[in-house]
Design a protein around this ligand. Sequence first.
Ligand code: ADP
Ligand code: ZN
Ligand code: ZN
Length: 715
Amino acid sequence: MPAEIACLEVAILGPLPRIFSYALPSITGPLPPGVRLRVPFGKTSRVGILLGYGDCPPDIHLKPIEAVIDTKPLLPEVLQQLLHFGARYYHHPLGDVWSAALPALLRQGRSLPEVAPRVYQLSRSEQLPPRPGSRQMALISLLSAPKPIAEIPTPLRPILQQALKKGWVEARTLPTPQICAQPVPYALNSEQSQAILQLRQNQGFSCWLLDGVTGSGKTEVYFETIRPHLEAGQQVLILVPEIGLTPQLLARCQTRFGSAGVAALHSAQSDTERLRIWTRAATGQLQLLIGTRSTLFVPLPRLACIIIDEEHDPSFKQHQGWHYSARDMAIQRARLEQIPVILGSATPSLESLYNVQQGRYQLLQLRQRATKASLPGITIIPLRRQYLQGGLSSTLLSACRDTLAAGNQVLLFLNRRGYAPAVLCHDCGHVLHCPRCSAALTWHRQQERLRCHHCGHESRWPADCPECHSAALVTAGQGTEQLEEVLCQRFTNTPVWRIDRDALPGREGFARILEQIHQNQPAILVGTQMLAKGHHFPAVTLVGIINTDQGLFSADFRAPERLLQTVLQVAGRAGREDRPGQVLLQTHLPQHPLIQKLASGDYHEAAQLLLQERIQARLPPYTALTLLSAEAHQRPPIERFLKAARYCAPAFLQISGPQPALLEKRAGFERAELWVEAPTRQDMQKALRIWLPLCQKLPEARKVRWSVDVDPQSL
Ligand code: ADP
Ligand code: ZN
Ligand code: ZN
């Protein structure tokens, strides 16, 4: 047996299911794991991450790598460990996990930009009299004041290099920006002070649930908890669920801690901008970093604390490719970094409440609103036999009228975009479906388009019914567009602002409308989910929930939890300052136990009810769940694969299916899944490690696209 030879083991960035081996280059010294390499792959070249050294039989011909991109590991060791953990736990290829964690330009092999805060200035040593009009002259006049490299035009940079060598220009490194904290503008209440006191005593890993009603001053608790860290030159990471929330939080953080050391990362920035912020954070120049999901993977060498705001929000779960939960991964990061992590919410997830009960998280509660405003009362409006206008009951309409007359604002919540969620034939009942999905088409009247909200398919309003050729096609149900229309007709002298993804596709539009809302003039706000999150509208005193019942009938077992959270979050927008607020809940099921609990406004009681249901139904958090999904153009290969997979599963897994996915067909693909249940997450992991490699080897697996979703958040 000939001796094995050493080779490089590389995770190529992208969804490739295995690790690749390459020959060692002879020129370089030892390379540390975590550096990027450029490697040949088929006929192309790809960027990969060096994982380490392995052994390879000598008779196998290995290709040498093409280039070493980094001299140092791109991510520090804890983050490398975190990614390895993430790949293992979610059973996803490591190369794709790395890919999801890196900014686009680094993924493509770009080197790190120079972000050291250095400035160039003329040195006091002897000055050469340069030729007038020469580039030297241009550089000298430019450097009459010290300039960073970004402000030196490219043609002058070679001259700058020469000048540095000759000594008539010198570089000076600016000190890292220091946080300068403003004092708290008011006296903290005792609940806030108590929470801060406990949080500040922490050292090492600990996980806290800051459970505070809307407007209870959670942000203030975050700020005062992190202030000593920031003043000591350490770093803090704040994760938020959606980019809509970053500008406001960024503004608040900058007002409090100055703008030099504070920044936000979000998807609306250019790749270059994102890489710059990433690099400034990774080199310790940024101290407070705010961002959505993937910001979790930014290196922060002096990280002292992680905050996850609105921890219950489903947007923390990634739904494509690597199905990770940014909340759970952030907790894992805190564990690896040995630092505290704070989860904040007015409506904590059932998982987190369960973890508090289990003693895994420590609970901090803020029960009063910080501004002394009372929490709004929630009143049920039974809809049975009420005459509805555009989905609005007369009770809600008259409440709107009274609110506007008193000079206040109204917020109406309807979680459906478009004019109507369905179009049907009045003669034969045929519903217009997306040709590629098992879903009805939504009518968008402003754009005059029928649109599928699942695959983006668009078409015009057809001349007649495709089934019976009757021309009597009508819309069914209401979306925000229709609600806006009805309101504009009823309230001719009041502005009606619709806030959803169609009305405000960009961030700027949203910022502009927020500004108008903050003029605090009488107005009606109509919106979806976008309105529910974290906003502060001082003049809103009436909140109306238009279609409460939608969440009670969904096949998704999390729908009631989401309903509860959404209603209380939207309700929390009412009466946040001195004007008391009220919430009206339209429902056909006033006796439903969840509606009853909702009306009491006590999140915890309602959450307990739902937790009881989860125990009885053997659902998370009392069990661990994984979805094995498959899709293909035809049903039979999916059935064959899922049945074969089920057949080779370890006996202690409870499996149901194959069953059609909630959305049976999407973008032309038939979809089905297996529900896999284990008593605990550890049991689940043990089973998946045995089972998934078997699934991979099934010949049926090659005929379908399949994926694994560990701890699925939506079905
Ligand atoms: P939450 O994040 O819990 O919804 P915020 O931190 O946004 O609440 O606080 C709600 C409002 O109350 C903000 O306008 C904030 O400035 C104010 N606030 C916070 N703490 C206090 C306090 N102790 N006294 C007075 N106002 C406060
Ligand atoms: Zn018809
Ligand atoms: Zn579709």
